[in-house]
Design a protein around this ligand. Structure first.
Ligand code: A2P
Length: 269
C-alpha cells in the first residue's frame, strides 16, 4: 500500500471511536477569539445548531469540551468559533492550532438549538453574547431556517468592537452567497456593545426591556403568536434572556417537546 502523503505523526495514539480531522483554515479576530475549520468525515451528520465534543491529540487522555458547530449541515468542512482562555484546559492549546494540525472530534453531535425544537412561527430571534453566536452562524447559513421563518433577527452583544467582527463578516458574506443570498435579505443583524462606543449601546436584555430594540427593528414586541427564540450565552445571560422571553409569554421547548423558545449554554473554558 502507498500513501500520497505520510500520515501525520502524533506523540499520542488517537483514542478509539473519535474522528481525527485536519485543520484547513484559522482566523484570529482579537487576542481572545478565533475561528477554525477542519475537514469533515463523510460519516459525520448533524443538524444545524448542534454541538459536538472536540479535543487535541496532546495527551494519553485528551481533554474534550463541547463546541457549537458554526458551519451549516450542508458544508463540506466543520467550523468552530472559540474563545482563548490563557489557562483553559483545552483553549490554551487550541488557540495555537495551525493549518495541517489534527483536531479530535467525538462522533455524536447533540443540542437543543435546532429548528425541530421550535414550533413554526413568523420571526426567529437568535440571542447571543460573545462566542454564543457560534450555533447561529450555522443556523443562518441553513436554507431550512429561511423556509421555516419569514424573518430572522440575530442579536449579538459583546464588550468590544473586535468581538463583533465574526458575526458582521459572516452576515455580510451571506448577502452575496449564491445559495443563501436572496433568502438572507430576511436576515437582520442587531449587534450591540457594552464597553465601547458603537451605534447601539447596551445589553440586548435592557434594549428589549425598554422596547428600543423593537422600535429600532420596526417590529412589534415579542409575542407568542408570531415570535420564536433561541438563546446562547453565559449562564447569567441565559437566565435573564429566558426571563425576558417568558415575560413576553414564550415557553421553553426541547427536541421531544417543541415550543416557542430554546436555550443553550455557550462554551466557557
Ligand atoms: P457587560 O459588559 O454589561 O457585562 P461576557 O464576556 O462577560 O460573557 O459578556 C459578553 C457580553 O454579554 C457583554 O457585552 C456583557 O455585558 C453581556 N452580558 C453579560 N451578562 C449579561 C446578562 N446577564 N444579560 C445580557 N447580557 C449580558
Amino acid at each position: 500500500m502507498t500513501f500520497d502523503t505520510a500520515p501525520a505523526e502524533t506523540a499520542f495514539p488517537i483514542p478509539a471511536g473519535v474522528f481525527a480531522e485536519t485543520v484547513t483554515e484559522v482566523q484570529h479576530y482579537t487576542d481572545r477569539l478565533l475561528r477554525f475549520r477542519i475537514t469533515r468525515p463523510a460519516a459525520f451528520r448533524f443538524r444545524s445548531g448542534e454541538f459536538v465534543m472536540i479535543g487535541l491529540p496532546n495527551a494519553a487522555k485528551p481533554v474534550f469540551r463541547a463546541y457549537s458547530i458554526a458551519s451549516p449541515s450542508w458544508d463540506e468542512e466543520v467550523e468552530f468559533y472559540s474563545i482563548k482562555v490563557p489557562d483553559g484546559p483545552l483553549t490554551e492549546h487550541l488557540q495555537k492550532v495551525k493549518v495541517g494540525d489534527t483536531v479530535l472530534m467525538r462522533r455524536k453531535p447533540t443540542g437543543t438549538l435546532v429548528n425541530d425544537a421550535l414550533l413554526p412561527g413568523k420571526r426567529l430571534w437568535m440571542f447571543a453574547t460573545g462566542t454564543g453566536i457560534a450555533p447561529f452562524a450555522s443556523i443562518i447559513r441553513d436554507p431550512e431556517t429561511y423556509e421555516k421563518f419569514d424573518q430572522l433577527i440575530l442579536c449579538h452583544t459583546c464588550r468590544e468592537a473586535g468581538e463583533l467582527t465574526y458575526g458582521r463578516e459572516l452576515v455580510a458574506s451571506l448577502k452575496s452567497d449564491p445559495l443563501i443570498g436572496e433568502m438572507a435579505e430576511n436576515l437582520t443583524l442587531y449587534d450591540t456593545l457594552t464597553r465601547e462606543d458603537w451605534p447601539r449601546i447596551g445589553r440586548q436584555t435592557d434594549l428589549m426591556a425598554s422596547g428600543k430594540m423593537f422600535a429600532d427593528l420596526g417590529v412589534p414586541p415579542i409575542n407568542p403568536a408570531e415570535d420564536r427564540g433561541m438563546i446562547c450565552g453565559s449562564m447569567e445571560m441565559l437566565r435573564d434572556t429566558k426571563a425576558a422571553l417568558e415575560g413576553f409569554g414564550l415557553e421553553e421547548g426541547a427536541n421531544n417537546r417543541p415550543a416557542t423558545f430554546v436555550v443553550e449554554k455557550a462554551f466557557v473554558d
